[in-house]
Design a protein around this ligand. Structure first.
Ligand SMILES: *Cc1c(COP(=O)(O)O)cnc(C)c1O
Length: 381
């Protein structure tokens, strides 16, 4: 029965540790959203694919959504019997027959793709929907996370829709938000109704995508409930939400060790965890990940830049301050490392992948997976 602190001290590094109890807190809130609004909620696996927890997640949510064949298969294997939705910007012919064995809802990104695959999906008893682009940007500065940015390939704009929806299309899907509150959803729904409202009474379901930061403290849950109920009551639709982040927000950690400390105008601690390989969103997004027991630069007595062990000069995690000087062997624990972390790691520079551990609700810690040389080599030839 390890406390979290004991788990941090007892595991090899680098290591991802997901805390089941923290995950459950998020799932309880998501289930209450379902119960109070009648919507269905799917886990977006691209953010969090920790399949040993899929049985637990299935106790709270309705199923999963996938970005393609492999995620759909993972859900079919580890969350059998639950809803299995898939959206791909472009399905490939050679994958489609197998995908039909796993998924039950297919969302298409063009009418060309609908014509190519729709009849086969319908014949297999699947639900088919179109991804729409409501052309309503609600986020500033993050063009790579804005599917409504000019020139976006994600979703069909209204001017590329036919007058009437082809028979067999039973739903619409949009995904336009990223870490946003329900006011952005409300704006987006207004755009969806303005541009696509004439189709809505003829459909069975609408999928609001992901990007709803529902489990972040302060999120306006009441406004979300109003948005869901509006679409249910006005158009008789079943509403789906497919959050990734919100499912496992703040439910995991990356435990790393200090390997060396070097000096060049400032003190730089080189860790066994790399931003480039183990937390690529730190560089891509970019953002400075939370670090337990550390402060902003200047807040505490000892200042360090934390950096990774690769050759990339920019493999820098960020600047932090500490109560004590750092030494080789010290453990540093990054927070909010369950989402968009394990699913995005790579072995650039021959970096070892972090181990993956789970702290069960009762406090037992299981080291689920350790990676080694074979994992590096198996991705090369
Ligand atoms: C990324 C994505 C999601 C999940 O987004 P989060 O920001 O993790 O909630 C859901 N649906 C689609 C289509 C996506 O591309």
């Amino acid at each position: 029965m390890a406390t979290l602190q004991q788990a941090f001290a007892g595991l090899p590094t680098p290591c991802f540790l997901v805390d089941e109890a923290l995950l459950m807190q998020n799932l309880e809130l998501l289930r209450s959203v379902k119960m109070h609004s009648g919507c269905r909620i799917l886990l977006a696996q691209k953010a969090f694919s920790m399949y040993p927890l899929y049985a637990r997640i299935a106790e709270y949510l309705d199923g999963t959504t996938a970005s393609g064949l492999f995620e759909a298969r993972l859900a079919a294997e580890h969350m059998p019997g639950r809803e299995n939705h898939v959206f791909s910007p472009a399905y490939r012919e050679q994958e489609f027959a197998e995908l039909l064995a796993y998924a039950d809802h297919f969302v298409f990104n063009s009418f060309q793709q609908w014509r190519q695959f729709g009849a086969r999906a319908l014949a297999a008893g699947k639900q088919c929907g179109m991804r729409i682009n409501p052309q309503c940007s609600t986020q500033q500065g993050h063009a790579i996370y804005d599917p409504c940015a000019p020139g976006s390939r994600l979703g069909v704009t209204r001017d590329h829709f036919p007058e009437r929806l082809p028979a067999g299309i039973s739903g619409l899907h949009f995904h336009t938000l990223c870490e946003q509150d329900a006011d952005a959803l409300e704006m987006t729904l207004a755009a969806v109704e303005a541009r696509f409202g004439d189709f809505l009474p003829h459909l069975q379901w609408i999928n609001f995508g992901g990007g709803h930061h529902i489990t972040r403290p302060g999120y306006d849950v009441e406004r979300l409930l109003r948005c869901v109920r509006h679409m249910e009551e006005r158009y008789g639709l079943t509403v789906y939400l497919e959050p990734g982040e919100a499912v496992a927000l703040n439910a995991g950690f990356l435990i790393s060790s200090v390997v060396d400390v070097v000096e060049n105008e400032l003190s730089i601690a080189i860790l066994d965890a790399s931003a480039a390989c183990h937390m690529p969103d730190v560089l891509e997004m970019p953002y400075r990940p939370p670090l337990l027991d550390a402060g902003e630069p200047g807040e505490k007595a000892y200042q360090y830049r934390l950096a990774g062990p690769t050759c990339l000069a920019g493999d820098v995690i960020g600047d932090y301050s500490f109560d004590r000087p750092l030494q080789p062997g010290d453990r540093l624990v990054f927070g909010d490392m369950a989402i968009y972390s394990m699913v995005k790691t790579n072995t650039f520079n021959g970096m070892p992948l972090p181990a993956i551990a789970l702290r069960r609700q009762g406090g037992t810690v299981d080291l689920l997976h350790r990676f080694g040389y074979a994992d590096f080599k198996s991705r090369l030839a």
